[in-house]
Design a protein. Structure first.
Lengths: 129, 129
């Protein structure tokens, strides 16, 4: 389904409400990143590049994730801690495939996973750069 | 102060609470874009490229604005309708100069205008692309 590589940014600093600061690798964001890394390896997802980010400045809607491909709209989504890391990772990889298949990054509404419909935080147009 | 060009994205679809859908050019976002265009021309701000955007999918924090330069962090801010378009435009152009002067786009906290401290919506790291 995918025809272009997708960078997936994952905020590894994200914590759910009341979650302690330490250990950092047990934060919701770090756990989602680990689950995504494992799922992408298991699936063999050569079109996906995972990038851990030390704070995406959203904070109130953990876990925050971004999708980016040069020449397409960039999207930021949140609320992925509402699910288990494994389930969220599966949704995110499926979404990345749909994003990759959309020439401009705009996934048709009917095909958009529920998590993306509800979780959008912001989007930016294709860069002129 | 600036040493690199900055693309400023302005969500021209943004409306304040209760603002009617039409006319589109009276929406808070469109008015801010017009004020920015006028202020940038008056200032002679050759380092700034203004890009109107038809919805940045934030909606709840009008007006939404993004700062982007290749190789730097990309920032999305909101709440610029809390001020007059002219005052918000001045703050945004000042912020763009500070963003341009920061090699990685990270404006030191003490120098950061209050509107940016309070209004951050999300950020993305420098693209690997």
């Amino acid at each position: 389904m995918s025809d272009q590589s997708v960078t997936i940014y994952v905020c590894t600093s994200c914590r759910t409400e009341g979650q302690p600061l330490e250990p950092r690798n047990e934060r919701a964001g770090a756990r989602l990143y680990a689950a995504l890394d494992e799922a992408a390896s298991a699936e063999g997802a050569p079109h996906v590049t995972l990038v851990p980010v030390d704070c995406m400045s959203v904070c109130k809607r953990p876990v925050t994730v971004g999708f980016s491909t040069p020449g397409k709209w960039t999207y930021v989504y949140g609320d992925f801690a509402k699910d288990t890391p494994e389930a969220a990772a599966a949704t995110i990889l499926d979404s990345a495939s749909r994003f990759a298949a959309a020439p401009d990054g705009l996934i048709p509404w009917k095909e958009r996973p529920e998590a993306l419909k509800r979780g959008v935080i912001a989007r930016l147009p294709p860069s002129a750069a």
